[in-house]
Design a protein around this ligand. Sequence first.
Ligand SMILES: O=P(O)(O)OC[C@H]1O[C@H](O)[C@H](O)[C@@H](O)[C@@H]1O
Length: 300
Amino acid sequence: MQTLSAFDSRLADAAGVSVASSTEIHGGEGAGLPMLIVENALGRAELTLQGAHLTSFVPAGGRELLWLSPKAAFVPGKAVRGGIPLCLPWFGGHPEGKPAHGFGRNQPWTLVGAEALSDGTTRVTLELLPNDATRALWPHDFVFRLAVTVGSALTLALRVEHRGEVTVPFSCALHTYFAVPDVTLADIDGLDGCTYINTVGGANTRHAQQGTLRLDAPTDRVYLDVPAVQTIRTAQGTTHIESDTRSAVVWNPGDFALNIADVGEAYRHFVCVERGDVFDDALTLAPGDVYEKWLTLSFS
Ligand SMILES: O=P(O)(O)OC[C@H]1O[C@H](O)[C@H](O)[C@@H](O)[C@@H]1O
């Protein structure tokens, strides 16, 4: 298991952040993955150091906002199913057959900052630097940083510094799995009028969203140039999603999930609304460029 260095542990302790193994929290075989538990009077979050991957966020007095698959495996090198995988430095399939959604979610990140802030929130900052595995997939220098602020809302601030020597294509998404009682009864707003690309079965057809979105079949859509805010309304309340990214991918595999080992029947209990910059909204980074975007989740 990846361990926290002595320096990391001191950082965590100073901010009241605790460290645990996924096996202690979620069961399973072996040592699992090291996790951080960030808790204060306003809210509580859990994340694995692998992938800087949020697996839980509960505002104080509220309910769990994130869906974690009951079949999630906490295995080094394998992305955890659910929560908020970070897809970068590319989103989706790669033209040369490299792993889907990049390598950010599979790599061990390092805790480089932890602070209890004066407004009662707690912020932890994780970093990924190049290593042999990343160089094999992406032969460029970079600094990826994710600052996670836990309070009554959860904020993720992503910073990508391109330290390579050539201009590179770049796309990314904060691939959030939201917990819903029944995916077919969740009302998704904040996309009305937006152009989307329907990618189910490799279709790649373009359409315009009309009104509220409800999912009654396998859905995989890339919404372009979306407003800052989307909401997911269920009988339990409303989840608010706000970001300065341009795209939103809405995904639920429906029955296809029966062929996804770590999802299965549980597909009924989540919907992904993934804010990011993908497809037409993807960009290029020139040497020295810095990409900075944020995502905030809250519940009412
Ligand atoms: O199974 P994963 O690699 O985690 O990808 C899960 C899903 O991610 C996004 O939502 C894509 O739009 C989907 O096409 C993909 O199936």
